[in-house]
Design a protein around this ligand. Structure first.
Ligand SMILES: [Zn+2]
Ligand SMILES: [Zn+2]
Length: 283
């Protein structure tokens, strides 16, 4: 079942003032307004839960995750300005996990979510990281986040990743034993970057974005060379995702373009979005 991202007037108005401030780099004001918006969504969710209005509680959860993604995005810029790239990466990955969930739950047809998802993906590409750590582990105790029962128990009917009365069901791994850690190019979660020891990372693409972007609401496009997208072992296959970030297969998209073989990045700066684009229901 698809959910919808709807913002009540009070939440939309806080979000509007947050994005109005973000547009001109007033990030402290942005974060304050987002905190207020998140507080409003939280209150509404509690009320809905109390009255047993499950659909309404789910809608509040969706709205709150959207606000929280904006918070992650604003923090990215705050940390970028302060030059702390590790913190930028952490906020960016939290934002990406949130927005991917929202995109899935809303059936991938909301342009407000789509914009944030792309923007975060391009910022991620600007780091140029291409090797990550991925653990192999054996689960010993795993419980359901909704009913707290063993996930293998037949009594637990919660589908992980679905919403239940304002909460997303997920698996809580309470005990596990780690068998090995692999280095991979395409992990499910990009949080753990494998960095080369004693190398001072320079982030030239990120620096260029920071210098030339006129507003955090300006749309970005970072074309990543395929070599970086797919790691060092050879060229991408025709059926691999396109390095331009379109989510299409390479053969249907940019096959033969320079960035499918080159080692250079290309950054383009596009339209500046208006705060109202993100606060009203898309047509
Ligand atoms: Zn359960
Ligand atoms: Zn493409």
């Amino acid at each position: 079942m698809n959910h919808e991202l709807t913002l009540t007037d009070d939440i939309a108005s806080e979000l509007y003032s947050a994005l109005d401030a973000l547009k001109i780099w007033r990030i402290e004001d942005t974060l304050k307004a987002l905190r207020r918006a998140s507080g409003l969504a939280g209150q509404r969710k509690k009320l809905a839960e109390k009255e047993g209005l499950n659909a309404q509680a789910n809608a509040c959860w969706i709205a709150n995750q959207y606000i929280e993604t904006w918070r992650n995005y604003a923090r990215c810029w705050q940390n970028l300005i302060e030059d702390s790239s590790d913190e930028v990466w952490a906020s960016l990955q939290s934002g990406r996990v949130r927005i991917d969930n929202l995109d899935r739950l809303t059936g991938a047809n909301d342009s407000r979510i789509g914009w944030l998802q792309k923007q975060l993906r391009y910022l991620d590409a600007a780091f140029g990281y291409n090797v990550f750590m991925s653990p192999e582990y054996e689960v010993i105790v795993a419980k359901c986040s909704i009913c707290n029962q063993d996930v293998r128990s037949l009594d637990c009917t919660h589908i992980k990743g679905h919403l239940y009365a304002g909460e997303m069901a997920y698996t809580i791994i309470e005990e596990c034993s780690v068998k090995s850690v692999s280095l991979v190019g395409n992990p499910a979660n990009r949080m753990a970057v494998a960095k080369i020891a004693n190398v001072a990372y320079q982030y030239p693409v990120l620096k260029r974005i920071r210098q030339e972007l006129c507003s955090p609401l300006q749309s970005l496009k970072v074309l990543t060379p395929a070599k970086l997208v797919f790691g060092v072992s050879g060229n991408p296959g025709r059926n691999s995702p396109c390095p331009c970030g379109s989510l299409k297969k390479l053969k249907y998209c940019c096959l033969g373009e320079w960035y499918t073989t080159s080692a250079l990045f290309e950054v383009t700066f596009e339209a500046v979005m208006t705060p109202s684009f993100f606060c009203t229901v898309p047509m």
